[in-house]
Structure formats: C-alpha cells, structure tokens
Design a protein around this ligand. Structure first.
Ligand code: ATP
Length: 237
C-alpha cells in the first residue's frame, strides 16, 4: 500500500471506525502492567488518532517493552481496558493485529538468511525487496547473509519493512538502536511520512527525536509506589 493509498483508506476509516465520529482509534484506559507479581505501571491512559506519533520514555527497566507486549496484544494487561476502533480487547485483537506492524528490539531477522530472503519471508517480492533495501541504504548487500552484516546493517534490514508496510499502526521497540546519523534521518523521515498519510506510530527510544508533533509519554510517572501488590490493581480487564 502506498502512502497515498494509506491516506485515502485512513480518511474513510477514520470517519467510520469510531461510529462516524472522527476520534481516536486506539484508546487505553487505566492500564496496569505487571511482570510476575510486580506491578511495573499503573493508571496509564492515553489515546491515539490518525497521524499521531507517540514516544514511550523512561529509564531501563521501567516497563516500556512490557507495555508494548500489551499494546501488541501479546500479553493481557493486569487491569484496565484497551479498545481498537471502539471495540474492546480481547475481542478486537484480530482486527488490531490486521492493522499492526510490530518491530521488536530483537528485530525479527534470521541471521542465516540474506536481507532479500528475510524480506521475502515478510511478503516482499524481488522488486519490493530491492526498493526497500535501496531506500534503507543496503543496496549491494541484498544477497549477503545477515550474519556477515553489522549491527546497524541488521537493524536496517528489519526497518526495510517500513518501506512496504501497509499497516496503519506501527509499534517499534528501540528502532533507532545502532543506526548512524543517516539511518536516523532516514527513519525519522519515514515516520513523518507515515503519520502525514494518516498512519500512527508508538515507539520507544532513549534518544531525543527531531520530529514535529511528537508526543511523549513519561512512563516513570506511572510507576506505583513501592509495595503495591498485583491484587490491588488486578481484575478489571
Ligand atoms: N521475562 C521476564 N520475566 C520477568 N520479569 C521480566 C521479564 N522481562 C523483563 N522483566 C522485568 O520487567 C521490568 C521491565 O522490563 P522491560 O523490558 O519492560 O523494561 P524497559 O523499560 O523496556 O527497559 P529497557 O529500557 O532496558 O529496554 C524489568 O524490571 C525486568 O526485570
């Protein structure tokens, strides 16, 4: 799907997806996230509408990746609610997943395969893969096994998926890790274009990003006081 296709598709669905009233597509209310019995985050609420770009901020271990597991519906929240297009989870899970692209910080790249083979696994034919790899600065490395590429080049292979993704919502865990300055600029431009076309992005990064309209959610503000037990927040979802 091209940016123009996404723009017209989003325009239509943005109007109709929430009952004909323009509004947020993703709504998170009073969410709590725990690992084992330890509550990492509580009372978290936010919403995302077409064109929004949200950066989840916080120190190591605050719960950014754990929250992303909930947002991608890999894990259920320990309390609170999440809706997609006005429908509650978990029944809206399939609908959300059909419009979601998630790139985790482990990147989802098979290192024994080449960049071209990895992108084929994600559905890109030869021309689409070649265009995506040229866009991300990997022209000439299409057929080199990924285990022979650097960390930054492997990150670029993963990010090449953004070039042909038709997903509305991108959730990206540390997408800027290992990228050089030109890689950062290329990725920032792609995120801007996706949002300008009506897409939405949630990402984590420890960097200060130069993207107009970027919203920041400081997760340390949602860390409960020491001693809060899971039983005190659980049970709503
Ligand atoms: N598989 C796991 N089982 C139990 N606890 C875990 C697991 N993975 C992470 N944790 C704990 O959950 C907490 C939050 O981890 P998480 O990975 O969500 O943090 P983060 O904010 O993404 O950190 P970073 O910035 O270092 O990537 C940490 O205290 C960690 O010890």
């Amino acid at each position: 799907m091209t940016g123009a296709d996404l723009a017209s598709s989003v325009k239509g669905q943005h109007q109709s997806g929430t009952g004909g009233v323009p509004g947020p597509l993703l709504v998170v209310r009073d969410l709590a996230v725990a690992r084992d019995d330890h509550v990492l985050l509580a009372g978290l609420s936010f919403s995302l509408a077409a064109g929004d770009l949200l950066q989840l901020e916080g120190p190591n271990g605050v719960g950014k990746t754990s929250l992303m597991r909930v947002l991608t519906t890999t894990a259920a929240p320990d309390s609170g609610s999440m809706t997609w297009r006005g429908k509650d989870m978990p029944s809206a899970r399939t609908a959300l997943r059909s419009e979601l692209l998630f790139i985790g910080h482990l990147a989802g790249i098979k290192r024994s395969l080449t960049p071209r083979e990895n992108l084929a696994w994600y559905g890109a034919d030869g021309d689409a893969a070649e265009a995506a790899l040229a866009w991300i600065g990997l022209g000439g490395y299409e057929d080199t096994p990924c285990h022979q590429l650097s960390a930054g080049q492997n990150r670029r292979v993963a990010l090449a998926r953004l070039h042909f993704s038709g997903a509305r919502l991108w959730i990206l865990d540390e997408p800027f890790t290992a990228l050089d300055k030109s890689g950062v600029a290329t990725l920032e431009a792609r995120l801007r274009a996706h949002c300008a076309a009506g897409g939405m992005v949630i990402l984590t990064s420890h960097q200060d990003l130069a993207i107009d309209g970027l919203q920041r959610l400081k997760l340390q503000e949602f860390v409960p006081q020491a001693g809060v037990e899971l039983a005190e927040v659980a049970g709503v979802y």
